[in-house]
Ligand binder design. Structure first.
Ligand code: GDP
Ligand code: IMO
Ligand code: MG
Length: 443
């Protein structure tokens, strides 16, 4: 299998963790290239459930080298906690984990700034971030003078002095902007940096050269996108987005590997739509149907526990994301969640006043004025969770999948019928990659 990217076609939480876990045994490397601990990727194996935030979800497979690329913003303390959590459960990634020396550190002042700026924003302007310090860390990266990279832990003899200066600058800035310093504690920041160095130094390396060699040697790489294309910093529902390039286009920036080598681009989407945090959601259902989807799909955030907003599948937004990403395959998760609905809706266009459009408006006020055009298809009542072959799905479920394919313009090659690894239907060429799921060893 050629180099592959799994990424989100929506506003995150599409089920990327499950898809990465399934594909991972066929790859030598699994690489995170964007975002940070704002991600929460769930993998369910048997009765065990893992939620990965900074480590690639493929870390559960011993055969793969796990890489955190240059474009990821890494909270080292969260990463250490995540590693310790896995070790307690009998999985020690050890030297299988490689952290790019070019990756930036999220430190406690980034998280404080994330919280203070959200608190200070007036209603309607709050982004509803995950409070993981993502935006402030990427902003420091662009600002350059106040950024800290993993390579600094290894090579910068005056790093701790520099950290003290950065913290004092942040204190002045917080007081000026927010009237308080958010209990910024310089000693605690220094202690975190020292802890990061002591614990992670042996994992820090030049992952860019490592991946270049892997490409040259014919080894295979699975890129694991975080967040989703509709949250992309350039192409998402700005400003209600995250601060990184979330689709395959982010691989060049975030992994240092030319995206042209990535020949399979699998976009994960739910059979309906969800969003956490603020921002436009054109097919949102603020009614009993939305509540019913939330309960049936257990739609509560993996990272923050917040209830997710729910709505019908938005084929307009999904096709937009597909075009941006050069989508080759759709992984359609949570088809099981729609069982029992008399009819199932798909948003096929946006009406704004007397205009009908089939593209994503750039401005939020237009997005918010959108009246979705919903096409209803007959639903199905059967429980899908034990079905493993496409032809065994009820006819209406098959017709629904075919409608998604024709509206988005790509084949649905993987269907989720439950959270577990085994609850998956694989179609087409992907069958050769995934192999027999029922026989795959539990992680
Ligand atoms: P990610 O961030 O894209 O990896 O997605 P999350 O892990 O945040 O959220 C997806 C949720 O849906 C998790 O709780 C998964 O266990 C669950 N899930 C994934 N695929 C399916 C599916 O096909 N059916 C059901 N019922 N749950 C699924
Ligand atoms: P995974 O990888 C869902 C959303 C936040 C907020 C906005 C900005 O699990 O799919 P940030 O903390 O990044 O500055 O928040 O983006 N967001 C996500 N929503 N899943 C994610 O990741 C997300 N990462 C960021 O809720 O609306
Ligand atoms: Mg998630």
């Amino acid at each position: 299998m050629g180099h592959t990217c799994v990424f989100g076609l929506g506003w995150g939480d599409e089920g990327k963790g499950k898809v990465v876990d399934l594909l991972c045994p066929a790859f030598d490397y699994v690489v995170r290239f964007n975002g940070g601990a704002n991600a929460g990727h769930t993998v369910c194996v048997g009765e065990e459930r893992f939620a990965l935030h900074l480590l690639p979800a493929g870390i559960l497979h011993e055969s793969a080298t796990a890489v955190i690329g240059p474009g990821v913003v890494v909270d080292p303390i969260k990463l250490i906690e995540e590693l310790d959590g896995l070790i307690e459960r009998g999985i020690d990634p050890g030297s299988r984990l490689k952290i790019s020396e070019r990756a930036h550190l999220v430190l406690s002042y980034h998280k404080i700034e994330d919280q203070l700026s959200e608190q200070a924003a007036s209603s309607g302007k709050k982004i509803g971030t995950t409070a993981r310090g993502i935006g402030p860390c990427y902003a420091d990266k662009m600002r350059r003078s106040s950024a800290v990279r993993f390579v600094d832990l290894v090579h910068d003899a005056s790093l701790l002095d520099r950290i003290e200066q950065i913290v004092e600058q942040k204190r002045k800035m917080f007081i000026a902007l927010y009237g308080e310093d958010g209990e910024l504690d310089v000693e605690a920041v220094v202690a975190d940096v020292v802890r990061a160095k002591n614990r992670l130094v042996s994992n820090i390396c030049d992952t860019t050269s490592l991946l270049h060699r892997a490409v040259e040697d014919g080894q295979s790489i699975l890129f694991e996108g975080a967040n989703g294309v509709l949250l992309d910093i350039d192409h998402g529902t700005y400003p209600f987005v995250t601060s990184s390039s979330t689709g395959p286009h982010g691989i060049g920036v975030g992994a240092g590997v030319s995206p042209h080598v990535v020949t399979t681009r699998i976009g994960a989407a739910k059979a309906y739509s969800t969003r956490v945090g603020a921002g436009p959601f054109m097919s949102e259902l603020n009614d009993a149907t939305g509540d019913r989807i939330r309960i049936a799909g257990h739609e509560f955030g993996t990272t923050t526990g917040r209830p997710r907003r729910c709505g019908w599948f938005d084929a307009v937004a999904c096709r937009y994301a597909a075009k941006l990403a050069g989508l080759t395959d759709i992984a359609l998760l949570h088809l099981d969640t729609l069982s029992g609905f008399e009819e199932v809706g798909v948003c096929t266009g946006y009406r704004i006043g007397d205009r009908t459009i089939h593209t994503m408006p750039a401005d939020i006020s237009s997005c918010e004025q959108v009246e979705p055009i919903i096409e209803f298809l007959p639903g199905w009542s059967e429980d899908l969770q034990e079905i493993r072959a496409f032809d065994d799905l009820p006819q209406n479920a098959r017709d629904y999948v075919a409608r998604v394919e024709s509206l988005v313009g790509s084949p649905v090659s993987l269907i989720g019928v439950g959270p577990k690894r085994s609850q998956t239907i694989v179609r087409g060429d992907l069958k050769n990659v995934v192999g027999d799921i029922s026989m795959s060893a539990p992680a």
